[in-house]
Design a binder for this molecule. Structure first.
Ligand SMILES: [Zn+2]
Length: 316
């Protein structure tokens, strides 16, 4: 039987159980924190991560996929501590999360050399820990598929072809990046069934979503609670419409919650959260979203498909 790499080594697919496909136990800028550590509070970060890990465990979650990468302060040792203390499975990625910027060491490497870096983390481990990446992360956002972004996508594709591992591509549906990302990845020969286009749920444009599904990829309805990208009611209506059209076998539900996020000063965050994302948390799905979807017609089989079966099939 196929296995999946976690921070505690490979586990069988059936051990994944109820899975959140896209959450972060910490998302900070690694350069800013390395240079200006006085801005960060490690103890508070740890407490926030553990509160969330225990919170989701209380709702029956057994696995959290944490698609952090370069520029999101991916830290394999930290994620392993969360898994060890909580008993959750945590699944990590290799990859680069950039909307365009690349530092000189990556500007001066070509697609194949970057693919080698990713393959190293899949085959040998991340940051010297021996913890192996289970999938490859890349990103395109508002600037679109710029030359640098395209290079990272081609590198991700080549690493995927070399190792057989799936790809998660952060997307920006309002600029239609998903279709462009699929074009680049499939041009490189990646099987579309290995690709998850994350953040597709940030739009309620069913025509765009169905064109994306027609390419054969998975879609992440994975930012529940981030109302400033799309309010919950529109996310719900979109998921229900897609369920009705028979797409439960291509969708994931998640929240892209970050137990710690350093985008804003603590003062600004206190002001902005109630306005931009009042309900956003790692448990919002279980407290409100899923009960409401059930009430509006989602079946237990569809929920199981999206949160248990699809993670197994994509990660396998
Ligand atoms: Zn994310």
């Amino acid at each position: 039987m196929a296995t999946v790499e976690t921070v505690n080594g490979p586990i069988e697919l059936d051990e994944l159980g109820l899975t959140l496909i896209h959450e972060h136990f910490r998302a900070t800028d690694e350069a800013t924190r390395f240079q200006f550590p006085h801005l960060y509070d490690e103890d508070a970060e740890w407490e926030a991560a553990m509160a969330d890990a225990n919170g989701v465990k209380g709702h029956g979650v057994r696995t959290v996929v944490e698609p952090s990468a370069m520029f999101l302060h991916r830290d394999a040792a930290f994620s392993k501590r969360v898994a060890d203390e909580s008993g959750l499975n945590v699944v990590l990625a290799t990859g680069i999360y950039t909307y365009d910027h690349l530092p000189q060491p990556l500007l001066n490497r070509d697609e194949d050399q970057i693919a080698e870096i990713f393959a190293h983390e899949i085959e040998n481990g991340i940051q010297g820990t021996g913890i192996k990446a289970a999938f490859i992360k890349c990103a395109a956002d508002e600037p679109g598929v710029t030359p640098n972004v395209e290079k990272i996508h081609r590198a991700a594709a080549r690493a995927s072809r070399q190792t057989g591992r799936p790809i998660m591509a952060h997307s920006h549906p309002k600029s239609g990046t998903g279709l462009e990302q699929m074009r680049v990845l499939t041009e490189e020969g990646v099987d579309p069934a290995k690709v998850q286009i994350a953040h597709t749920g940030d739009t309620d444009d069913l025509d765009y979503i169905e064109r994306l599904l027609d390419t054969g990829c998975w879609i992440g309805m994975d930012r529940y609670g981030l109302d400033f990208f799309l309010p919950t009611e529109q996310r719900q209506a979109t998921v229900l419409a897609l369920l009705e059209k028979g797409h439960a076998d291509r969708m994931f539900l998640s929240q892209d919650w970050c137990s710690t996020l350093d985008w804003f000063t603590p003062e600004a965050e206190e002001q902005l959260k109630p306005v931009m994302a009042p309900n956003w948390s790692m448990t919002f799905l279980f407290e409100q979203v899923i009960p409401e979807l059930r009430q509006r017609g989602m079946t237990d089989e569809q929920l199981d498909q999206m949160m248990v079966e699809n993670p197994k099939r994509w990660l396998a």
